[in-house]
Design a protein around this ligand. Structure first.
Ligand SMILES: Cc1ncc(COP(=O)(O)O)c(C=O)c1O
Length: 425
């Protein structure tokens, strides 16, 4: 880090001498400066807040008005001037997609790809690795259902071994077991940062450190964590990181992204290519471009991509640390309230909880409960046991109800929800 910046930091923080710092810390320091959220203003910029209690942010959150405006504005431009011409005019907005994500994840713009959803991004990453017979993949038993299917599929197709590490009594992946499972054949650790069906935050940084120690690739699914907690690809030591736009990032549906570390890009072979991701040299050869764009397709929903970029910019202005703190506060208010209700069993057990809280209510099926809450203008969702068999199948006999809070939710909404929940018999 330059001595001037270090001195400046020392002055701001009242340190006697400049600390020893590295250049890659700067974006992280800037992002970590705490801001205060103006919830009233945020809610006035979120039209959906005015008539619903939206506790299904892990499904798809409410977009700010600016995101919807950006999407509509681009669609209108396409209608007026033509799709390709509109994209040309919006060039700067499209490039800001990469700039915004690079800031959010503390990485380089060249390490970011726009992908239509998280599952596709995850699959593109896994299938770009060169697999050999007998290679090994390690995952955890709370891995997202679609990812687990993807792992079963690749294990069958490529004849690689799939090892599933259990979670401990606190619902987090056992680091000891994980490290013990690594052999000379281990090529990939695939972890979901926050599961869809249980909101405990997995120790991703510790897993990344293990992956680094053994020189194993690390793929992190941050579908439920991006936008609600601070993610730094350098601290996480991950090689791939994927997520979707419509959840905690508050972007439009049909959007997602993939981070692929520059250092590994040359060793990857994406399974699909087009004239955007590769160049055609001559009748016998072609070449992939050397950035994460090797995973992209030329054709895409440009308006939605601009919408997601706008959403990330909105988030950055609020500050991820303030968001994280607000969600964590609301989440503890909710948990405290749930613990006072009869017949409620909360599934989260760790000390690192997110805005996702799942529970069962005695004698009421999760779907019926969701429908009853919907009648009262409260959106929650259901996590199907079938889709999280290795996790929910062990101790439960049915589906679970999921409440997922975002920073724009309020304590008042939490109280109204708890009251409604108590009334439903
Ligand atoms: C943890 C996790 N990973 C991946 C996904 C899939 O995301 P997408 O629908 O964008 O493919 C989800 C969706 O709910 C999820 O919760």
């Amino acid at each position: 880090m330059s001595s001037t910046v270090a001195q400046l930091f020392a002055n701001i923080t009242n340190l006697k001498s400049p600390p020893k710092m590295h250049l890659h810390w700067i974006p992280s320091l800037i992002r970590n400066m705490q801001k205060t959220l103006d919830i009233e203003k945020i809610r006035s910029e979120t039209p959906g807040c005015s008539h619903k209690i939206h506790f299904n942010n892990a499904g798809s959150s409410l977009s700010p008005q600016s995101v919807t405006d950006a999407v509509i504005s681009h669609l209108t431009l396409e209608q007026k001037v033509g799709g390709y011409e509109a994209a040309e005019e919006a060039k700067h907005l499209l490039s800001s997609f990469y700039v915004e994500f690079a800031k959010l994840l503390n990485c380089d713009e060249s390490e970011i790809a726009f992908i239509e959803n998280s599952t596709r991004a995850w699959e593109l990453a896994v299938h770009s690795i060169t697999w050999a017979y007998g290679d090994q993949i390690i995952t955890a038993e709370n891995e997202y259902g679609s990812n687990y299917l993807g792992l079963l599929h690749i294990a069958k197709q490529k004849k690689v071994d799939l090892i599933t590490v259990p979670c401990d009594e606190l619902g987090v992946v056992s680091l000891k077991q994980l490290e013990k499972s690594i052999t000379s054949k281990t090529k990939l650790i695939a972890l979901t940062h926050i599961a869809s069906q249980r909101g405990d935050i997995q120790p991703a940084t510790a897993v990344g450190a293990i992956a680094k120690k053994y020189n194993v690739l690390f793929l992190l699914d941050t579908c439920q964590s991006v936008g609600q907690i601070n993610l730094d690809t350098k601290e996480l030591n991950c090689d791939f990181l994927c997520g979707s736009g419509r959840k905690y990032l508050r972007g439009p549906r049909g959007t997602g992204f993939l981070f692929a570390k520059n250092r590994i890009l040359r060793s990857l072979e994406p399974i699909f290519l087009d004239l955007h991701s590769a160049s055609w040299r001559d009748s016998k050869s072609y070449e992939f471009i050397k950035t994460a764009k090797m995973f992209e397709c030329y054709e895409r929903n440009v308006a939605a991509m601009i919408g997601l970029s706008t959403a990330v910019q909105y988030l950055s202005e609020l500050g991820i640390n303030a968001i994280e703190e607000r969600i964590s506060h609301l989440s503890s208010v909710l948990i405290a309230g749930l613990s006072e209700l009869q017949g409620i069993r909360v599934l989260e057990k760790s000390h690192h909880r997110s805005g996702i809280i799942t529970f069962t209510k005695d004698n009421i099926d999760a779907k019926i409960l969701r429908n009853e809450l919907q009648k009262r203008n409260i959106n929650v969702s259901v996590c199907k046991q079938q889709n999280a068999q290795l996790d929910l199948g062990v101790e439960l006999t049915g589906d679970v109800t999921r409440v997922s809070l975002h920073y724009y939710n309020t304590r008042q909404e939490v109280s109204e929800f708890l009251q409604a929940l108590g009334e439903i018999k």
